[in-house]
Ligand binder design. Structure first.
Ligand code: GAL
Length: 423
């Protein structure tokens, strides 16, 4: 093949790929587009590559503004500083009620003004649309749905000890104590406050059931916050503290993910972004790990929707065209398929084929359709990140305190929520 024909075929391939992601013509010049996110772990990096590639073939160079830290706490701080100094990136990974907070500052682009969103009502589930809608306007670009209330089981250890997946907390504790007696680490917990809170979230769903969970963590209903069920939630949560090990201190979720997949722990509570890190390690669903809803949360789906907002900073035609390309690329079926295959999540669009997705993703998609759905309060879905941070700190403080009682934690939560919501 001559150099010219290689070039021509490469160009053709690029155009075909581009058409798959965009379904339209390509702007002439490649230009940088800075995006803030917190995808810095191996699996996240792989999925982010599909984003960079999809943008690249549409002539946009993704410029990473990546801040380490699972859950995005650090990233959101840095974004605030950049925005305050009048220099936000072109786009940022902002989700849930934070979209409304940023919209109040009049800094965000209305996505309806950038691309034609007429089809969105037909292709995105209501939860996804509600999540990115502010005053009847689409202010975010949704790309995926993560399930948070998963319990991951290490296949090798479960087989070796002939164990069944726990469905109740009683079964869970009996497996965990049995494994401990066998000298096996039953569960690995990360050592940051949001990971403590993620565990609490699953316990809360199991004890409060969807209606009261929403009343407590979305509506901030003081009666539910002060209820006996909430005290029981804190008590049960504390029982899990007996599995905390000193080496976990300060460790983020990638560490816990590795301990689990290297067969050094039998169980892990984590959202399904953790699956991305196992895909990179060559591990597969069922053979190496199994996924079940956290005990007593069957039929409930705690969701976390990743989305991006676009900042108003641009003025030129070329910059506006880049915004358009960014929004179109992220919402294309091809991109949502390829990205989510590696991310561990399912596409935000409900019309994307799940060809090639593993059984955990397929189950996630089925459950999302039929389960009761609750927004994950530990993943920015229920409150703004300022409120979320304070609540998470309290939950983690209680979990790690040797003296604080469940009743005290509930009382402090009630006082804290009153303070956070007073106008
Ligand atoms: C979540 C985010 C996921 C994943 C996770 C760990 O907040 O939605 O995409 O990256 O943090 O960093």
């Amino acid at each position: 093949m001559s150099a010219t024909s290689i070039k021509t075929s490469t160009l053709k391939a690029a155009l075909l790929l581009s058409a798959a992601y965009l379904g339209s013509s390509v702007p002439a010049l490649a230009s940088p587009f800075e995006v803030l996110h917190w995808w810095t772990e191996q699996g996240e990096l792989e999925s982010k590559k599909t984003l960079a590639n999809a943008l690249k073939i549409n002539n946009i160079d993704l410029e990473d503004f990546a801040i380490v830290g699972g859950g995005g706490d650090g990233a959101l701080h840095v974004l605030q500083m950049r925005a305050l100094s009048g220099n936000p990136p072109e786009a940022a990974q902002i989700k849930g009620p934070d979209i409304t907070e940023w919209d109040k500052l009049s800094m965000l682009v209305n996505i309806n003004d950038v691309i034609d969103t007429a089809s969105w009502r037909a292709i995105f589930p209501q939860e996804v649309l509600d999540d990115i809608t502010v005053n009847q306007k689409y202010m975010g670009i949704p790309i995926n749905i993560h399930r948070v209330n998963w319990l991951w089981l290490n296949t090798k250890i479960f087989k070796q000890y002939n164990l069944q997946a726990p469905e109740t907390w009683e079964q869970f504790f009996s497996i965990a104590d049995y494994l401990t007696a066998q000298g096996v680490n039953p569960i690995v917990l990360g050592g940051t406050s949001w990971q403590d809170a993620l565990l609490f979230e699953s316990v809360a769903i199991s004890q409060l059931a969807p209606e009261k969970y929403i009343q407590a963590f979305v509506d901030f209903d003081n009666q539910v916050i002060n209820s006996e069920e909430m005290v029981n939630t804190f008590k049960l949560f504390k029982k899990l503290h007996r599995y905390v090990r000193t080496e976990q201190q300060g460790q983020d979720w990638p560490w816990a993910s590795q301990v689990f997949i290297n067969d050094q722990a039998a169980m892990l509570f984590m959202g399904d972004w953790v699956k991305g890190s196992w895909t990179v390690a060559g591990k597969t669903a069922l053979k190496d790990y199994m996924c079940v809803p956290a005990p007593e949360t069957q039929g409930v789906y705690s969701y976390n929707i990743d989305s991006f907002v676009v900042f108003k900073k641009v003025t030129t035609e070329a910059q506006l065209s880049n915004q358009k390309t960014f929004a179109k690329t992220l919402t294309s079926a091809a991109f949502q398929h390829d990205f989510n295959l590696l991310k561990g999540s399912i596409p935000a669009r409900s019309d994307v084929s799940l060809a090639g997705f593993d059984q955990c993703s397929v189950r996630s998609a089925t459950d999302f359709k039929q389960d009761s759905k609750v927004p994950s309060f530990t993943q920015n879905m229920a409150t703004n990140s300022y409120q979320q941070r304070e609540i998470i700190q309290l939950i983690s403080h209680y979990f790690n305190s040797e003296t604080m009682r469940a009743e005290e934690a509930v009382q402090q939560l009630s006082v804290l929520i009153k303070a956070l919501t007073s106008k």
